[in-house]
Design a protein around this ligand. Structure first.
Ligand code: SF4
Ligand code: SF4
Ligand code: SF4
Ligand code: FES
Length: 948
């Protein structure tokens, strides 16, 4: 194994379709118009020396090392900033050029510290490489030249250091922060020899605007910006391409290794979702894999009040299987079920649902998508015929009017946000529908054209009102609608939305959004060129989540914004494999590929391959499982990689359901909160320890590759296989590729997917079958999957969750950049430095009314329960709205959220809870009791000493 070296072409690829032919060092090369001479030379294998250029950034032309001669032109222009022209003849190696380049390098080296042998970048430094490339053998000015200011090393960032003395002021870091990340945290301060890179207002990196994406570290050609892990461990010796296990963007990384130790994660330029970029989580927050809290031994206990007993794998699996069998014999076939994980691979998820359907013999399988994007599946399938987004991420580069609804991409989907911000800086317009002033409303060089700060719970009213404007002002794309959609249904819908009760002036009263903003936003989306909608959990996690998804689908059809680059309806999926877990048949009513269990032909296909009859009746959803457990008819649950106690709503009910069961099996990395109620604990494996695939929010199937041996002994799919075998339903896979082959046989949209194809193409977007052997980047190009697009009437029904004198504020929840989901992984990394605890955002007016100061403890109470956390006073939230995250178990904000859920899918209404906020002295009584219960529940009995 060796390090994967990606070619650096020096400047970005030109998008021009026209080609020009140039001659470089006597060889003809045809390249797209607009290509730099440097890149054209590199395309034919000639590497022109360079320092300030890299193909992730626009050419800058500051170092003067890349000089070339052009026939018929005077001087020696920089090859990075000079585009090719038809017939151009270029020389890259002449005596004059050699002399000039040596001179440039002499100046650089004369003022660079000479500690190469002990430098952390030794062997991985472009300055060293260029000194070699130009044949530098002496430095006439000696090595005592004026140095850059040497204020010492800034090690404030937990993951990288900044050592100004080594800086060559190439500005690659500054440009990476601007062009790739879009944060604008860096600048070059001072002049001449005093020039120095400066974060924000000459602060430390930690105190600055920096969001630790690492793009500057990756861009730096020297050790000035360097990963602490490289300083500690040394340079890597081999690398493996794999996929981030955090969010639904699905960034591709090279895991750079020394033996079995990860040295660093480097975003892969060939990664089609991230194009060489990453965020702080994927690049840096992988330390949880070796955290001391990780559980590596299986454990069992008869009662949840007993201490855990470490046992062999054989005993743990045997115990779990015998308990499930006993329960089914006593309480019936439907008394047990399973929950799949959106953090595990497609193959692992597929096996869990297979175990439930074939070994348990029922359809009691569900997934955490129940609590996030199940309305997306329902809504988009109804309108278009497919339960997934319509575009690839590249599509945003062609959007002109971007509408973001109920999503906070800079925190939730940061790498996609950077790509979107780039397009916005190029001039695309922006509409935001969100109760909070999310960062995108105003961020460096970007200002939303419209921010509609709607009251939580009024999405359907506002989106239908946008449709009202589009229809009543004659902005419908009638040609598209007549060709592509059901015309009768359109007419009914158009009459419905045209009703005066959907006018912006009426909707203003219930939503709080000024009518002129609704009108302006609707006009911009309908007439502003390619209109693209991106939405998140602020759409789905409502009692009308599915209705809002269909209202969004209506908008896109009415304006013809479907079926080409730059447009579409794009759900921003939360967890890394939430799309995949849904695709794999994790819902109780659907097998893989979203086919209903009641369909005889579909079941017959599975039954023939699996050799077991399948139940034609849909099984229980997670909330129904808990209801049945409390009622006494549901007694056993196998949970792979999901902390339902912390992530699902109505914690008390969840706890009561889990406590009422006789066998709860938790398979996870840590003793998560749900494990407090478990009888069997099976240690799980991290993404670094397994092979498989994840499917991101673009329907892109990507390889996850094992870079280290599972510390627990098994990959997660092997554990499911062991359990299934012990239950008497044999599974014998030698490798996850065989599971994918089975998925492909049974799932028409995956028919042509195989590990060979994924290795060959890097990734594919489903559908991938005979009609689309290389996958489908953009859907519904010539027609909708369901045939004619379906307009659905979207009547606004206010949620039953109402504010009143007791609970006058509305709570909405979300996540922040540095943490992920319930925080089980990110809380066990240095990321806690940015978010030690969940905070309650409250508007200054509401805080003042309650006598609450910034940082005070406050009690947050709803009719469901209460919790205590610290207040953060901010105008990001509107008066009457409060906001918090759910990353920390000691806050357990889901104690406060209610049992209300989406009418179609049961997705909980996390985004609307009527609450009161009052000053408090510290954590509530139950929080202290819960801490004690957790401590008790995590006791592990000392191993018995064998008798002499
Ligand atoms: S880590 Fe990212 S945000 Fe921070 S300075 Fe570097 S490029 Fe900018
Ligand atoms: S810190 Fe690195 S990338 Fe930034 S200017 Fe200095 S040498 Fe160049
Ligand atoms: S968390 Fe998401 S955006 Fe960040 S690196 Fe991973 S996949 Fe990319
Ligand atoms: S690489 Fe062209 S001027 Fe620096």
């Amino acid at each position: 194994m060796s390090l994967i070296q990606e070619i650096d072409y020096g400047t970005p690829a030109s998008k021009s379709k026209r080609t020009v032919t140039v001659t470089v060092d006597g060889v003809k090369v045809a390249v797209p118009e607009g290509t730099s001479i440097m890149r054209a030379a590199m395309e034919m294998g000639t590497q022109i020396p360079k320092l300030c250029a890299t193909d992730m950034l626009d050419a800058f032309g500051s170092c003067r090392l890349c000089l070339v001669e052009i026939e018929g032109r005077a001087g020696t222009p920089a090859s990075c900033t000079t585009p090719v022209a038809e017939g151009m003849v270029v020389r890259t190696q002449t005596d004059r050029l050699k002399r000039l380049r040596k001179g440039v390098m002499e100046l650089y080296i004369s003022e660079h510290p000479l500690d190469c042998l002990t430098c952390s970048a030794n062997g991985d430094c472009e300055l060293q490489d260029m000194a070699g490339a130009v044949g530098l053998r002496e430095v006439r000015y000696g090595y005592d030249g004026a140095r850059h200011p040497n204020p010492g090393i800034d090690a404030s960032n937990p993951y990288f250091t900044y050592e100004p003395a080594k800086c060559i002021v190439c500005s690659r870091c500054v440009r990476a922060c601007e062009e790739v990340q879009g944060t604008f945290a860096l600048t070059i301060a001072g002049r001449g020899f005093d020039s120095v890179v400066s974060p924000s207002m000459e602060e430390s990196f930690l105190a600055s605007e920096c969001v630790s994406c690492g793009a500057c570290v990756q861009a730096c050609p020297t050790a000035t910006l360097n990963e602490k892990s490289v300083i500690e461990i040394g340079t890597p010796e081999h690398s493996v391409v794999t996929t981030c296990a955090y969010c639904g963007v699905g960034c591709t990384f090279k895991a750079e290794m020394r033996g079995e130790e990860v040295v660093r994660m480097v975003p892969y330029k060939d990664g089609k979702a991230n194009r060489g970029h990453s965020c702080v989580k994927g690049r840096f927050a992988w330390g949880y894999a070796t955290h001391k809290d990780r559980m590596l031994k299986p454990m069992i206990r008869a009662k949840i009040t007993d201490p855990w007993r470490e046992v062999s794998w054989e005993e743990a699996i045997g115990y779990a299987a015998s308990e499930f069998k006993r329960i089914q014999e006593k309480y019936g076939r439907s008394s047990v079920g399973g929950i799949t994980s959106s953090r595990c691979t497609n193959e692992e998820t597929f096996l869990v649902q297979k175990l439930v359907r074939a070994a348990f013999g029922n359809n009691n399988v569900d997934t955490c998508a129940r609590v996030c994007h199940s309305p997306t599946g329902y809504g988009l399938k109804t309108a278009y015929g497919t339960s997934a987004g319509t575009q690839d991420f590249d599509s945003v580069e062609f959007s002109d009017a971007i509408m973001v609804i109920g999503a906070n991409p800079t925190d939730g989907h940061p790498v996609f946000a950077s790509r979107m911000k780039k397009r916005l800086r190029e001039g695309a317009k922006l509409i935001i529908l969100d109760p909070r002033r999310i960062d995108l409303v105003r961020t460096p060089h970007i200002e939303a054209d419209y921010h509609l700060p709607l009251k939580p719970g009024t999405n359907v009213a506002v989106v239908t009102s946008l449709a009202h404007v589009i229809v009543t002002e004659g902005l419908v794309n009638e040609t598209f609608v007549r060709e592509r959609c059901d015309w009768d249904e359109f007419q009914d819908w158009a009459a419905f939305v045209s009703d005066e009760r959907h006018s912006p002036e009426v909707v203003e009263k219930m939503s709080g959004v000024p009518a002129e903003l609704i009108r302006g936003a609707a006009r911009l989306y309908a007439t502003g060129g390619n209109g693209a909608i991106y939405y998140g959990l602020g759409v789905t996690e409502h009692s009308q989540g599915s209705t809002t998804v269909m209202a969004i689908a209506n908008l896109a059809m009415a304006t013809g914004n479907i079926g080409r680059e730059g447009v579409g309806v794009n759900p921003l999926r939360g967890q890394n494999n939430v799309q995949g877990s849904c695709d794999m048949g994790s819902f109780p009513h659907e097998v893989s590929g979203y086919r209903h269990v009641s369909d005889d032909a579909t079941r017959a296909m599975f039954e023939a391959l699996w050799g077991r009859p399948l139940d034609a009746e849909p099984g229980l959803r997670i909330p129904n499982m808990m209801d049945a457990a409390v009622d006494g008819s549901f007694k056993g649950l196998y949970i792979q990689g999901e902390d339902i106690l912390q992530s699902d709503p109505n914690t008390q009910h969840m706890a009561a359901g889990l406590a009422a069961m006789e066998c709860v099996v938790v398979q996870d990395l840590f003793l998560i909160e749900t494990a407090n109620y478990a009888h069997v604990f099976l240690p799980g494996s991290t993404f670094l320890e397994k092979n498989g695939t994840f499917t991101n929010a673009e329907r892109r199937i990507q390889m996850v590759r094992k870079v280290m041996t599972p510390k627990n002994g098994y990959e997660d799919w092997e554990i499911t296989e062991l359990l299934s075998n012990a239950l008497g339903f044999p599974m014998h896979y030698n490798h996850p590729s065989e599971i994918m082959d089975e998925i492909a046989r049974l799932t028409p949209t995956f028919a042509d997917v195989s590990y060979n194809k994924l290795d060959e193409l890097g990734s594919v977007q489903w559908p991938c079958n005979e009609q689309a052997p290389d996958g489908t980047p953009i859907m519904h190009i010539n027609g909708f999957v369901r045939g004619k697009g379906k307009f659905v009437i979207t009547e606004y029904v206010a949620t039953d969750e109402k504010t009143g004198p007791r609970y006058p504020l509305l709570l909405t929840t979300g996540r922040i950049l540095s943490q992920y989901n319930v925080g089980a992984q990110t809380r066990r990394t240095a990321n806690v430095i940015w978010h030690e605890e969940d905070l309650l955002e409250i508007h200054p007016h509401d805080a003042e009314q309650r006598g609450v100061r910034d940082g005070d403890w406050v009690n947050l109470a709803s009719r469901a329960g209460d919790t205590t956390l610290r207040a953060q006073i901010t105008e990001r939230v509107a008066p009457g709205v409060v906001y918090t995250t759910f990353h920390h178990p000691n806050t357990q904000v889901n104690v406060v959220t209610t049992e209300f859920s989406d009418w179609a899918t049961n997705c909980p209404e996390y985004k609307v809870t009527a609450v009161q906020v009052m000053p408090s002295n510290g954590p509530s009584e139950w929080q202290e009791e819960y801490e004690e219960l957790s401590r008790q529940s995590r006791r592990i009995a000392e191993p018995l000493v064998a008798a002499e």
